[in-house]
Write a protein that binds this ligand. Structure first.
Ligand code: NAD
Ligand code: USQ
Length: 388
């Protein structure tokens, strides 16, 4: 298949592009490099050094003989987005290209507005471009488990059968997310569902849990193919942060009591799920939702697992929670549809965590320690994050 990966220079987009190329698909990547700009803004860098997109693509060609086309531009620029689809003529578009950090979206008004404009307008432009170029293009869109929040009922895969005053209907699952970033994904989901209904587009919304890990078989081929590893309190995700904190001998920063439960997924399963979604497209007019997570754990359990696996002393610190989120809540998620398509999950194991310790140890000298401390507070409307 011809598959266009938007956000192909990012943490997940790059390994996904390699995985799809390795599987025999004709792949192009697109990015505007804004993720690299957030690093400049925040004064941090990926723990693992990453090469320019051009170097990455040449290294892949050297190893495999396979070409990956590159498109540089902003999805919010509609001429660019439309031109790219007209030029590449994809059968599937995998859309990773959004501002994805909840804390970044909660810094202040400017960052909240930026996040929602970038994400919602970029996706809307893409929907219009698909409608104009070819309505059969299958959109595989990265959503997030956090769209649902933590309701006191079972979480279904996108849709809910309800009975109200004696009548039944199938409705989009009610959403109660916990940041302006997560809200941008909810707005996207509604826009995508609407275009499936009115224009007959075909779309899969992948509501993914928190990703951990840094290597896939393809990125491990060569240091030049490495993907990023974020550890700072704005972009670093919880397990990746706990790993580097353990290696540095810093306390693991559990927010609050750590009773908050999240769906999690290994990066090697992310790339597998996207491949399964592309190769088994949604029907015309179908808005399909998959909950892309393989297990759920509380933050406290994640910290205890990292502490148990580390071959040295680890302390766990319960910080006052800078976020507004429930702890000790009900959490029961249906996630069978990707398994039905053949997903064979890598569950969190001691071996994986041990190999992540090796990655973290190798690059620990690059850590900017102040960046580890959370400074963005959900209760403030302006946080002093740029002072790091
Ligand atoms: P990332 O920030 O590393 O990658 C996103 C890429 O998109 C970046 O390279 C960025 O430059 C690009 N981009 C952003 N806005 C763009 C625009 N307007 N035009 C063109 N390019 C643009 O993020 P990631 O961790 O790889 O996440 C990718 C997607 O997966 C995001 O949509 C995110 O919400 C979703 N997701 C991530 C996780 C996770 O734990 N990392 C979990 C669930 C869902
Ligand atoms: N947490 C800590 N200590 C830390 C960092 C985080 O206790 O040092 C807690 C947070 O309070 C939260 C949980 O760990 O309860 C997860 O936080 P996170 O920063 O790892 O993940 P989150 O903000 O939810 O966002 C990440 C990605 C985002 C994606 C989302 C999936 O950055 O792109 O959408 O995971 S989900 O959470 O399922 O919505």
């Amino acid at each position: 298949m011809r598959i266009l990966v938007l956000g192909g220079d990012g943490y997940l987009g790059w390994p996904t592009a390699l995985h799809l190329s390795q599987a025999g698909h004709d792949v192009a990547v697109a990015d505007n490099f804004v993720r690299r700009q957030y690093d400049f803004e925040l004064g941090v860098e990926s723990l693992v050094p990453i090469e320019s997109l051009q170097t990455r693509v040449s290294a892949w060609r050297e190893h495999t003989g396979k070409d990956i086309a590159v498109y540089v531009g902003d999805l919010c620029d509609h001429d660019h987005t439309l031109g790219m689809l007209r030029d590449f003529r994809p059968e599937a578009v995998v859309h990773f290209a959004e501002q994805r950090a909840a804390p970044y979206s909660m810094i202040d008004r400017k960052h909240a507005v930026y996040t929602q404009v970038n994400n919602v307008v970029g996706t809307l432009n893409l929907l219009y471009a698909i409608a104009e170029v070819d309505r059969d293009i299958h959109l595989v869109k990265l959503g997030t488990m956090g769209e649902y929040g933590t309701p006191n009922i079972d979480i279904e895969e996108g849709w809910l059968e309800i009975e109200h005053n004696g009548r039944r209907d199938r409705v989009l699952y009610p959403k109660r997310p916990g940041s302006f970033y997560h809200l941008s994904k909810v707005h996207d989901s509604h826009n995508i569902e609407f275009t499936c209904r009115i224009w007959g587009l075909r779309a899969t919304d992948l509501n993914q849990g928190v990703v951990y890990g840094q290597q896939t078989p393809e990125t491990a081929l060569d240091d030049r193919l490495a993907t990023r590893f974020d550890y700072d309190a704005v972009f670093g995700t919880v397990l990746n942060r706990f790993v580097i904190q353990a290696v540095l001998g810093h306390p693991l920063t559990v927010y609050g009591g750590g009773g908050q439960r999240r769906g999690i997924i290994d990066i090697r399963d992310t790339v597998q799920c996207v491949q399964l979604a592309c190769e088994n497209p949604a029907d015309r007019g179908e808005f399909r939702v998959f909950n892309q997570m393989t297990e759920s754990m509380s933050v406290k359990e994640i910290a205890e697992t990292v502490a148990r696996c580390y071959p040295g002393d680890v302390t766990i610190e319960n910080l006052e929670n800078p976020r507004v989120e429930l702890e000790g809540h009900y959490y029961n998620v249906t996630h069978t549809r990707l398994l039905d398509l053949g997903l064979s999950p890598h569950l969190l194991s001691d071996t994986l965590i041990t190999s992540l310790f090796d990655v973290a140890k190798r690059h620990a000298h690059r850590v900017k320690t102040p960046a580890l401390q959370p400074k963005v507070n959900w209760r403030d409307h302006a946080s002093p994050v740029q002072e790091t």
